[in-house]
Design a protein around this ligand. Structure first.
Ligand SMILES: Cc1cc2nc3c(=O)[nH]c(=O)nc-3n(C[C@H](O)[C@H](O)[C@H](O)COP(=O)(O)OP(=O)(O)OC[C@H]3O[C@@H](n4cnc5c(N)ncnc54)[C@H](O)[C@@H]3O)c2cc1C
Length: 183
């Protein structure tokens, strides 16, 4: 495949993963992240088999298994003991399981696996994508590019998605969650 110049906006799990995979395909990858110090947001999370499969294909599964804990059953009940969720991965396939992982562990593993960390531009919020020229503008007014491809990996509440034609569904969740790590 011809070498492409690619801009990724957002260094979350999606942006991190793409930076590795596209660099491995020998593309010229530049990442823009609005956070001054890129890092994990939140405490821990549950990787599903589909995510574990991607990490396996990236050759990172052994490291992830080292830092995580297998989850074979999801169970939740109310204060009076009524079960509201009881799901076993083995009901889908005997080999399937989830993986409980700290977000910081996954962030570090993915960051270490990218061979071009110098191509990450932090503290740079992208506010505009010019789809005709393939350039992006940051909040300070500086234009970057042109790129052959611009990927908006700026998360569920993306401000860039609306600037790209063809978005069918873009709905913010009307609820939130409290999250913590316990022994
Ligand atoms: C409370 C909670 C619990 C969750 N639990 C789980 C779970 O257990 N398992 C699971 O699989 N998923 C879980 N999720 C969902 C998971 O966190 C998301 O699906 C995942 O983080 C999405 O990754 P992403 O890279 O697309 O976006 P994000 O992780 O949101 O990353 C987007 C990045 O883009 C940056 N950015 C945004 N706008 C700009 C801009 N204009 N310019 C430059 N940078 C920008 C942000 O700073 C951020 O770093 C949970 C989510 C929440 C909120």
């Amino acid at each position: 495949m011809k070498k492409r110049s690619i801009a990724i906006v957002g260094y979350g799990t999606a942006g991190q993963t793409l930076s590795i995979l596209l660099s491995r395909d020998h593309h010229d990858v530049h990442v823009f992240e609005r956070a001054p110090t890129p890092g994990p947001v939140g405490a821990g999370f549950l990787l599903q088999p589909s995510g574990l499969d991607v990490l396996w294909q990236m050759g990172l599964l052994p490291q992830v298994l080292e830092h995580g804990a297998s989850v074979r059953r999801l169970y939740g009940d109310t204060p009076c003991g009524r079960a509201v969720m009881d799901m076993r991965y083995t009901a889908l396939h005997p080999h399937l399981h989830g993986m409980g992982l700290q977000r910081g562990a996954l962030f570090s593993l993915l960051a270490q696996a990218w061979e071009h960390p110098g191509n990450l531009q932090a503290d740079t919020q992208i506010v505009e994508v010019d789809t005709d020229s393939g350039r992006v503008r940051d909040a300070r007014g500086t234009w970057h590019g042109p790129y052959d491809l611009v990927i908006a990996a700026d998360g569920a509440a993306s401000s860039l998605r609306a600037q790209v034609q063809g978005t069918r569904l873009d709905r913010e969740y009307p609820w939130g969650a409290l999250w913590c790590l316990l022994p």
